[in-house]
Design a protein around this ligand. Structure first.
Ligand SMILES: [Zn+2]
Ligand SMILES: [Zn+2]
Length: 334
């Protein structure tokens, strides 16, 4: 197999385009997020153009970053024949509206992306809801007010509303010069998450379902049991037998099955810790965070960590291992 291992990652903030295989390019796009310096989009040759998998988020410089990365692969944005989004998070679909306008191409995405539309139509309501969940989870008033202040100087990360031309559900296929790719639904990280698999070459475009450096996140509040869904999705992907993973962040990797196992182990360890914490005394989600992660909530990590803890608790509740004690704030007990 040709040159599949990319060179050492350099420091963030520069877009980069590089060939992974003939006809397949990694577009590394900067992100303004602490701890997540960039995301990947993938361009796969298709006739006189290319299919673009994911887009990077939208902000002041994002379009020029994408164009620069494409240029490094001798591609132009106007040659995009189709945009396929692995899921409805801004770093994966934020530039859809801009690209569709420039290239006049279709966009395909999983139908469970209403939360993204809500974010575009009424960002304040989405944010209010987050604050409400945080308050309910025991986050004190003062940091809540700080999160609110911080939020007001941030953009949404999305160029505009997304109206998919086709629902990206199981069995849909995408034609490229590297062959046909098939869609597998992999909810968990996000309800709209899909992975895309090329069976002859055993290539997997994994979005944020599998990452080179294992890192878990689950959207809270849009589906009954995101952690349970994620574990099922790991089984789905394991059955594919992929040998090269093209992930939404970081380098490509080949030991796909070791990564699947690593994800399962990390979920099991986190569930164990959450269960251990509430076994001692009833706690709020806010109080559980430092017991599981060894760090308290900050403005940067609050939404991220609370969502995860609430998803672990929801999963443990589905397994009959913890119960929710209603109240303001709500507490959890084993
Ligand atoms: Zn994501
Ligand atoms: Zn991502």
């Amino acid at each position: 197999m040709p040159d599949v291992v990319s060179k050492r990652e350099s420091k963030p903030a520069h877009p980069r385009g590089e060939r992974v295989l003939p006809g397949l390019y990694r577009l590394r796009l900067p992100l303004p997020w602490p701890g997540v310096p960039h995301c990947n989009a993938w361009a796969v040759q298709s006739g006189d153009g290319f299919v673009l998998f994911d887009t990077g988020m939208h902000d002041g410089e994002s379009l020029s970053h994408l164009q620069r990365a494409l240029e490094m692969c001798n591609l132009r944005l106007e040659q995009a024949r189709l945009v396929v989004c692995t899921h409805a998070h801004t770093d994966h679909c934020g530039q859809v509206a801009t690209i569709v306008e420039r290239a006049g191409c279709e966009v395909w995405m999983h139908p469970n992306h209403e939360h993204l539309n809500r974010m575009i139509e009424d960002p304040d309501a989405v944010f209010e809801r987050r604050i409400e969940v945080a308050r309910q989870s025991g986050v004190p008033e003062e940091p809540l007010r700080r999160y609110a202040a911080e939020r007001s100087n941030r953009g949404s990360g999305i160029a505009g509303p997304i109206e998919p031309d086709r629902d990206l559900v199981a069995g849909v296929s995408i034609m490229t010069d590297l062959g046909e790719w098939t869609v597998c639904e992999t909810p968990g990280h996000a309800p709209s998450h899909v992975c895309v698999f090329q069976p002859e070459r055993r290539l997997l475009i994994s979005g944020d379902h599998l990452l080179g450096r294992i890192s878990l996140y689950f959207d809270y509040g849009y589906s009954p049991d995101p952690v349970g869904e994620f574990l099922n999705s790991l089984d789905t992907v394991e059955r594919l037998g992929a040998r090269l993973c093209l992930a939404g962040h970081g380098r490509t990797f080949t030991d796909v099955h070791a990564h699947i196992r690593g994800n399962r182990e990390l979920v099991a360890e986190r569930l164990e810790r959450v269960l251990g914490a509430v076994g001692e005394q009833p706690l709020t989600a806010f109080e559980i965070v430092p017991r599981v992660y060894g760090t308290s909530l900050s403005q940067q990590n609050a939404h991220w960590l609370l969502s995860k803890i609430l998803c672990y608790l929801t999963h443990l509740q589905a397994l009959g291992k913890v119960s929710r004690i209603a109240g303001e704030p709500e507490r959890w007990t084993a």
